[in-house]
Design a protein around this ligand. Structure first.
Ligand code: ADP
Ligand code: MG
Length: 575
């Protein structure tokens, strides 16, 4: 089989012994099944032909014993294979998740979260059946079919030939159908990814949907895509449903003819009744695994298609392979320098940052201002290397930033961004996410710097109060301060506040600022803010317009030299 996902087997490392037991059990199972068909000859001949009383007494015991052995072998094989299959899928799912988290940011711009989630959940679900059942059933059926066909030939060569003329035909049918199913499956799973994507979007944007009253529009879109999925699903089922009756019909022609032809030979005395019955039973029994093999084969084709999709993700180079540097950034960051930086998002034509040259030095406070969409957030996102510039250089302490390992670089940077995530957990855990080893004193100190300590101690369980989904919900300003406490606890060399105090009242904002100024006075502090009152006493204000730096300087200098900046100030201060 082309492109069979052999790579999945690598997840079975260390399970050699179990695999061996499963294989032995499989052989026993197939062997006993075939022997049972062969044994029919003894039953018929000793019971009906020879009327041998001793054998009549013995046969029931032999039969039960054989079935018992077969049962134990089946159980062992089925259970171990299911176990091993699940091991494979668990490890695969873990690898997928790990890979997704390590993908470069660009990948998330190009592929929707819904589709990524679908690949992890829906595709691995399909593979689960493959790994834990289909493969085992397939092997068991192949062995059983071989054993039974051997019995068929052993009993009567000539009849066996006639009996098995249909096999190549069945084989042809199976492979035709398998190809179709494989093709439809890839489409079906794509449709399913779209459907899952809808669910994800809907739940994420539930407030907007309600406010805009567009529940129906969303439901309609969902219904349309769900129907498309349904259509692909039905195509597969149609092919699947056609297969068993086709095979059975074919088999009935052959068996019918054999009964006629074999019967004639018994009448003429060329064949014993025992041999004939054993032959017919073995043949009928052999059709069963062959028929199942077909269905099995189709399912396996389906899984091969899905395995390819999953493999595509696993094979994507992760961020560390693509752009990790070799050097640890050990020394503290004294200077960050942008040199003629040009940047555009991978899904966009025009440049978001144009020819940006700037430098940030330790011990100074910077502010970035400009209209929304002017590129402020983009500019700071280059420092932790979420994205790399297309042209130009970014230097830290005079060395190209790409020399440093991503982990050591990111350890030095704290970012409080516009969208803040509160995880379900206690306040203490939420502040310490980036530094689980932090002592309680450190956590409290960070909370004090972020001016959130007083609020926390007013909560019922203080630092052990559960917040986030299912716990106490925080206001925008409280969330922002938790995020600031998080960043402070990380104790970075560069602290970036991207509209991080926008939801605070002016008084609290000023208090947070004073505390941060004091705490980070010998480090690099970059604030992006709309409220000019918060940036007015920065050491350097950077004014961005459509991705270009149009002015750098202290408030007074910019106010005098840059018309845009003056307009901005006049609007805000005249209120
Ligand atoms: N993920 C993205 N993909 C494509 N374009 C983006 C992305 N994020 C931002 N942009 C574009 O880049 C420009 C600057 O955005 P941003 O840096 O967020 O501005 P600001 O923070 O100043 O409001 C905007 O025109 C925006 O549309
Ligand atoms: Mg922004």
């Amino acid at each position: 089989m082309k492109r069979f996902p052999w790579w999945l087997l690598s997840y079975l490392e260390g399970s050699g012994f179990l695999i061996l037991i499963a294989i032995v059990a499989m052989f026993i199972n197939a062997g006993v099944t075939s022997y049972l068909a062969y044994f029919v000859k003894n039953i018929v001949n000793s019971v009906f032909v020879n009327k041998d009383e001793e054998m009549i007494r013995l046969i029931p015991f032999i039969l039960v014993a054989l079935i018992l052995v077969k049962g134990i072998a089946f159980f062992t094989n089925y259970y171990i294979m299911a176990y091993l299959g699940q091991v494979v899928i668990n490890r695969l799912r873990e690898d997928l998740y790990e890979k997704v988290l390590r993908l470069p940011m660009e990948k998330f711009l190009l592929e929707s979260p819904g589709s990524l989630i679908s690949k992890i959940i829906n595709d691995t679900n399909l593979l689960q059946d493959f790994a834990s059942r289909q493969i085992a059933t397939f092997l068991r059926n192949v062995l059983t079919a071989i054993g039974l066909i051997a019995v068929v030939f052993y009993q009567d060569f000539e009849l066996a030939f006639i009996g098995l003329v249909a096999l190549p035909l069945i084989g042809y049918l199976i492979s035709r159908i398998g190809k179709k199913i494989k093709k439809y499956t890839a489409k079906m799973q794509d449709r399913l990814a779209v459907v899952t994507g809808h669910l994800f979007e809907g739940i994420k944007n539930i407030k907007e949907i309600k406010l805009l009253g567009i529940e129906e529009k969303f439901s309609t879109l969902f219904r349309e895509d769900n129907a498309k999925y349904f259509k692909e699903f039905l195509k597969i089922k149609k092919v699947e449903a056609l297969y068993p009756p086709a095979v059975e019909l074919l088999a009935s022609f052959i068996v019918g003819f054999l009964i006629f032809y074999g019967g004639m030979r018994i009448v003429e005395g060329e064949l014993t009744a025992g041999t004939f019955f054993s032959f017919i039973i073995a043949l009928i029994m052999a059709y069963e695994p062959v028929r199942k093999l077909g269905q099995n084969y189709n399912k396996i084709q389906q899984s091969v298609a899905v395995a390819e999709r999953v493999k595509e993700i696993l094979d994507l180079p992760d961020e560390y392979e693509l752009k990790d540097g070799r050097e640890e950034l050990e020394s503290s960051v004294r200077k960050v320098e942008f040199r003629d930086i040009w940047f555009r998002y991978p899904n966009s034509e025009r440049f978001t940052l144009k020819n940006v040259s700037l430098s940030f030095e330790a011990g100074k406070k910077y502010a970035i201002v400009g209209k929304t969409g002017s590129g402020k957030s983009t500019l700071v996102s280059l420092i932790p290397r979420f994205y790399d510039p297309e042209r130009g250089e970014l230097l830290i302490n005079g060395r190209d930033i790409r020399n440093f390992t991503l982990k050591s670089l990111r350890r030095k940077i704290g970012v409080v961004s516009q969208d803040i995530v509160i995880f379900r957990g206690t306040v203490r855990e939420n502040i310490a996410v980036g530094k689980p080893s932090a002592s309680f004193e450190e956590i409290v100190e960070a909370a004090k710097v972020a001016c959130i300590h007083d609020f926390i101690v007013s909560l019922p369980q203080k630092y052990d109060t559960v917040i986030g989904d299912g716990g106490i919900q925080l206001s925008g300003g409280q969330r922002q301060r938790i995020a600031i406490a998080r960043a402070v606890l990380k104790n970075p060399d560069i602290l970036i506040l991207d509209e991080a105090t926008s939801a605070l009242d002016s008084e609290t904002e000023a208090a947070v600022q004073r505390a941060l100024d004091e705490k980070f006075k010998d480090r690099i502090l970059i604030a992006i803010a709309h409220r000019l009152s918060t940036v007015i006493n920065s050491d350097s204000i950077i004014f961005l317009r459509e991705g270009e730096v149009v002015g750098v300087g202290k408030h007074q200098e910019l106010y005098e030299s840059l018309l845009d900046y003056r307009k901005l100030c006049d609007i805000q201060f005249s209120i």
